[in-house]
Design a protein around this ligand. Structure first.
Ligand SMILES: Cc1cc2nc3c(=O)[nH]c(=O)nc-3n(C[C@H](O)[C@H](O)[C@H](O)COP(=O)(O)O)c2cc1C
Length: 196
């Protein structure tokens, strides 16, 4: 399958890093081809939150370069994830503003009815954001708040980040065992079995 990963200008570069690390490690054997694009602020925030410049073996595009194959529906990409996705990026996607590669690629995914995953990182959510979320969800996108879970009992930052990355991969349709999945509450963890 062919997928696009876009790194937007929100806090949360570690989510992008863990996703890209997974795809670099597991993608080739799983037959997943990756194209990568950063927004300008996405690259700046990566440098601040991770340090250095991202270095991956993927085809990497400038956000101003609308000649990338996935800027056209005819290239038949399967999925796109914007990780993390800023409120500004969400708003542009919600209203079809296709003047940069991220916006155009997302627009293509929606019109072609392909999987579009937006890992939104903003809080609190204003009415403006809520309306934009409604619009993209109605158009078929998955909006995932960048909110980690704790039921797998993560003990490191990477494990915590992976609780989000696993769900992004799930929604992209990429098989993964990035986190321990919920399997019901073990009787050992239920506390006093005599209590209601
Ligand atoms: C250090 C830094 C952190 C930011 N964090 C967020 C954030 O978490 N969520 C958000 O919606 N915008 C955030 N912004 C603002 C966006 O980067 C800005 O609105 C930008 O235009 C987003 O567009 P882009 O996603 O296309 O890069 C941040 C900006 C900076 C410089």
């Amino acid at each position: 399958m062919k997928v696009v990963v876009a790194v937007g200008g929100a806090s949360g570069a570690p989510y992008a890093k863990r996703l890209l690390d997974f795809l670099a490690r597991e993608g080739p054997a799983a037959g997943v081809e990756v194209d990568l694009v950063f927004t300008t602020t996405g690259r700046q925030i990566w440098s601040h939150e991770i340090g250095g410049a991202p270095d991956y073996p993927f085809r990497t595009w400038k956000n101003q370069d609308l000649t990338a194959p996935f800027a056209s529906g005819s290239a038949r990409y399967d999925a796109m994830a914007v990780v993390p996705c800023s409120a500004a990026g969400l708003a542009r996607i919600a209203y079809g503003v296709s003047t940069d590669l991220v916006g155009r690629a997302a627009d293509v995914m929606l019109k072609e009815r392909k999987r579009l995953v937006l890992l939104l990182r903003e809080t609190p959510i204003s009415l403006v954001h809520a309306r934009a979320i409604t619009q993209v969800v109605e158009a078929g996108a998955f909006v995932m708040p960048a909110s980690p879970s704790f039921y797998s009992r993560p003990t490191t930052l990477d494990e915590l980040v992976d609780t989000v990355v696993a769900r992004v991969l799930d929604r992209m349709g990429i098989p993964n065992e990035v986190m321990r999945r919920w399997d019901g509450i073990s009787p050992h963890h239920c506390g006093d079995p005599t209590e209601e």
